[in-house]
Design a protein around this ligand. Structure first.
Ligand code: WT7
Length: 635
């Protein structure tokens, strides 16, 4: 039924130290959960009251048109009001908002004051290009501060950002620009990765060629290598920011709580990525509450979320939530093992990082280099650790806990999705942990593991993970395709009105959740979310492939890797060279993250009599396991 992942026995417990508990915002999870459940809208209203609003809401939750829920109805706000504007009126204007280090070792810091000014300036630049409230701006950049500035500036003027991860190819970028109909693209000349330049501007040029809807391209100079600049269309960021029009006087657009903030594309069961839409009001309440309570962010902290801003983790927990909380965040541009495998640990030491939040794949990758690399560094500034993106196997959990965490730091394994906006099932630092379990739902969230009829599964029995009530950070729609939102997330348990996560899970006798993996045709590779259909359609778009089937196969470091089975077109000669060509083709169509680890040519694909490819059979074969029930197999 599922992407099989190792699920350990739920027997080992780790308890946080008295100091961790004493520091925690929430010291009694059960009491906080009970309070939130007693009156959930009142609970969220209380959280929303910690933020600034131009005008207070009339109604916390409008569920009259479920599943198109509305939160803080009638409220007027702007997430930038909370992320920046309010801080520069306090002592925080002098506080560091962002500390950044580039891969080559260059460093920049931004106080709240400076970040606010840069955002204001770029907001005026965007306005001068005719970007208005509701317009979409696509952002395609490396991990540099200007990416954060571009996102905030877009939000500030009420436009909608669509950040496309810098690892995507020209075709993937073009598709996303088209879908969002963005007239402005913000990019950079290149990005540093493992000592090499990723040619982002070049890729952007090809994408814009394919989607002529783009009228203006803003280019940040990062690597300084030669790039093509098309007169009248392309402008250097630093030139624009030096114009008188780029003044630091910039009004923040007053937004309705339910006005769109961003679109973020993510993979699903079809070849076409879904544009997940989030809004200003509920999202700001949800992300800031979840970050504050889960990672206990304090003014003294130096928070490092090592994700890319191009994914939801970066949107919520590099950009918005930490700034709303007035925290100091750290961001690093490049590869974790460049130039040596101690880079991350060196950064932790040098910047005095107190909380590190990353993905199991990164932990496993760094673990492979051995303990000597982290042990050379003083990591004693760390006080909490976090994990996200895929199940963390107990071996990696224990290494993270003991070698990085000095045998004492709790690991907050946060389960959530692009669609949920923020953490859904996660430990608060004061609760007991079991390696491999993301523990229990955040206060205000009702999560369950159910069978096909919707009955709760008994402890230890695998079922579908559902969320049974709405929450402020939930997706509002799939951009341009509201039906798809209903169909994908709310049709399986339509009668009950539950949200279907798409993961399978178990719950143990203590009520702790153990995520097993995706139940749909989504594969997590190094924490990246890829759809089998996307990769298959990339493969069959090559002239030598008639049919293709893609599966995920467990991998020690990457969680899963992709195996592709291709049926060649008649007369096509099979060769190693063709395998390389197909890999390159997938790279061009989607990006390096989607390239199959293995491509095998077959003369027939296992199918049901109705013509559906039986990926389960391919997977069993790939793993040398019994093929299970093949009675529906057409030979
Ligand atoms: C899928 C969502 C949300 C940030 C990054 C991923 C998997 C996410 C965990 C976790 C086990 C996890 C699920 C989920 N996932 N966090 N802590 N334990 N699995 O966002 O790309 O939208 O992917 O990631 O399968 O459905 P995403």
């Amino acid at each position: 039924m599922t992407e099989e992942t190792f699920v350990p026995a739920a027997s080992e417990w780790y308890y946080p130290s008295d100091e961790v508990v004493k520091n925690a915002y929430i010291q009694d999870y059960d009491a906080a959960y009970a309070e939130a459940m007693a009156d959930t809208p009142a609970f969220w209203a209380k959280r929303a009251e910690t933020l600034d609003w131009y005008q207070k809401w009339d109604k916390v939750l409008d569920d009259s048109n479920a599943p198109f829920y509305k939160w803080f109805v009638g409220g007027k706000t702007n997430i930038v009001l909370n992320a920046l504007d309010r801080h520069i009126k306090t002592w925080r204007k002098n506080k560091l908002a962002l500390i950044w280090e580039g891969e080559p070792g260059d460093k920049h810091t931004y106080s709240y004051w400076r970040l606010w000014q840069e955002v204001n300036k770029f907001a005026n630049v965007l306005r001068s290009m005719g970007v208005k409230k509701g317009d979409r701006v696509t952002i395609y950049m490396g991990r540099i501060p200007e990416l954060v500035i571009a996102m905030l500036a877009t939000a500030k003027i009420g436009a909608v950002h669509s950040v496309v991860y810098g690892g995507f190819s020209e075709q993937a970028l073009a598709d996303r620009i088209e879908d969002a109909q963005s007239r402005v693209l913000v990019t950079c000349d290149g990005a540093w990765l493992r000592g090499n330049i990723v040619e982002l501007k070049k890729i952007a040029d090809q994408a814009v060629h394919k989607s002529p809807v783009v009228e203006h391209v803003v280019v940040v100079k990062r690597t300084g290598h030669d790039v093509h600049m098309q007169a009248g269309r392309d402008f250097w960021y630093h030139d624009l920011m030096a114009l008188p029009i780029a003044s630091t006087n910039s009004e923040t657009e007053v937004m309705d709580a339910e006005d769109p903030l961003f679109i973020l594309y993510t993979s699903g069961t079809t070849g076409k990525p879904k544009g997940i839409l989030h809004t200003h009001g509920g999202y700001q309440v949800y992300t800031s509450t979840t970050l504050q309570w889960t990672f206990d962010i304090k003014d003294e902290d130096r928070w490092w979320c090592a994700a890319d801003p191009g994914w939801i983790t970066g949107h919520s927990y590099i950009v918005y939530a930490p700034l709303i909380l007035g925290a100091t965040g750290f961001m690093y541009e490049g590869a974790p093992n460049f130039p040596y495998p101690n880079r991350w640990w060196k950064l932790v030491e040098e910047y005095g990082i107190t909380i590190l939040y990353t993905a199991p794949t990164a932990i496993r990758g760094l673990m492979r280099f051995g303990d000597a690399w982290p042990k050379r560094h003083n990591l004693s500034s760390l006080r909490l650790l976090g994990s996200v993106g895929e199940p963390i196997n107990p071996e990696a959990w224990k290494w993270y806990h003991s070698v990085i965490g000095g045998n004492k730091l709790p690991i907050c394994d946060t389960w959530w999705m692009t669609e949920t906006g923020g953490f859904m099932i996660t430990p608060l630092p004061s609760v007991g942990l079991k390696p491999g379990s993301c523990t229990r739902p955040f206060p205000g969230i009702i999560a369950d593991v159910v069978d096909d009829e919707g009955n709760s599964c008994p402890p230890g029995v695998e079922g579908k993970l559902v969320i049974k009530n709405p929450w402020p950070g939930m997706l509002r729609t799939v951009y341009g395709d509201p039906e798809r939102m209903v169909k994908t997330y709310f049709s399986t348990y339509a009668k009950q009105g539950w949200y279907l996560a798409g993961d399978s899970a178990r719950r143990d006798e203590d009520g702790y959740f153990w995520i097993i993996g995706r139940i749909d045709d989504v594969i997590k590779v190094s924490g990246y979310r890829l759809g089998t259909a996307e990769i298959e359609s990339a493969l069959v778009s090559h002239p030598s492939v008639a049919e293709a089937a893609v599966i995920g196969v467990p991998d020690e470091v990457r969680g899963n890797v992709i195996y592709a089975y291709c049926l060649p077109r008649a007369g096509v000669a099979i060769s190693e060279e063709l395998v390389d060509k197909l890999k390159q083709h997938v790279r061009d169509e989607i990006g390096p993250i989607a390239v199959p680890a293995k491509i095998e040519f077959v003369s027939v694909l296992p199918k049901t009599r109705s013509g559906k490819i039986m990926r389960r059979v391919l997977k069993a074969r790939a793993m040398g396991m019994p093929e299970g029930d093949t009675s529906t197999l057409e030979e």
